[in-house]
Design a protein around this ligand. Structure first.
Ligand code: IMP
Length: 181
């Protein structure tokens, strides 16, 4: 099994690039049939989603555009940690929106993004596409229409996902090897 060392942490290869690409093709096939004849506005949540978004959009056939957003986290005076969606320049009213996420873990990030969009816009429809999903750690009830791969609760890198900013470029998905020192 292929292992790599990143910032003194050992990671083991878990999902090959071929498996990732096949999972993305399956998502694209479903989107192609679900949205036939409709226009899609993709909203990709940076940073981690850039690789998934690029691969997915190559395979999507209906007319579409993509916009990129970021989550800015800062400390509010009375409310504690605030997560704000920044960079959304599009008017989502009346649009068929598909949110693109790299990974849904607890779902708190997705919940913030969804509630901010829904408090400002009335999209015609809104769906979520995520490359990876950790069902054992999901704490929210937002339906996730398009899931690439379900994974256990391991910390993973590659395909846009990072460890302290590194490892996003890795072409396979690697999980941290907790048994190594
Ligand atoms: P959530 O809010 O717990 O669902 O976490 C979502 C965000 O946490 C993702 O967009 C990632 O940035 C980060 N994250 C969660 N799990 C992992 C992981 O295994 N590797 C890298 N980043 C992760």
């Amino acid at each position: 099994m292929k292992t790599i060392l990143l910032l003194n942490k050992k990671f083991k290869m878990k999902i090959s690039s071929v498996q990732v690409k096949t999972a993305i093709e399956h998502i694209a096939d479903r989107i192609n049939s679900d949205y036939e004849g409709k226009e899609i506005l993709f909203v990709a949540v940076l940073n981690g989603s850039f690789m998934f978004a690029a691969e997915l959009l190559r395979k999507v056939k209906p007319l579409n555009r993509i916009s990129f957003v970021k989550i800015a986290s800062y400390q509010g005076e009375t409310t504690g940690a605030i997560k704000e969606l920044i960079g959304l320049k599009e008017d989502l009213n009346g649009k068929h929106v598909i949110l693109i996420e790299d990974i849904v873990d607890t779902g708190f990030t997705l919940d913030h993004v969804m509630s901010q969009i829904k408090s400002t816009y009335r999209p015609a429809s809104i769906a979520v596409a995520t490359l990876l999903f950790k069902p054992q750690s999901y704490r929210k009830s937002i339906p996730i229409a398009y899931i690439g791969l379900e994974i256990p609760n391991d910390f993973v890198i590659g395909w846009g996902l990072d460890y302290n900013g590194y490892g996003r470029n890795l072409d396979n998905i690697y999980a941290v090897d907790n048994h190594s020192s």
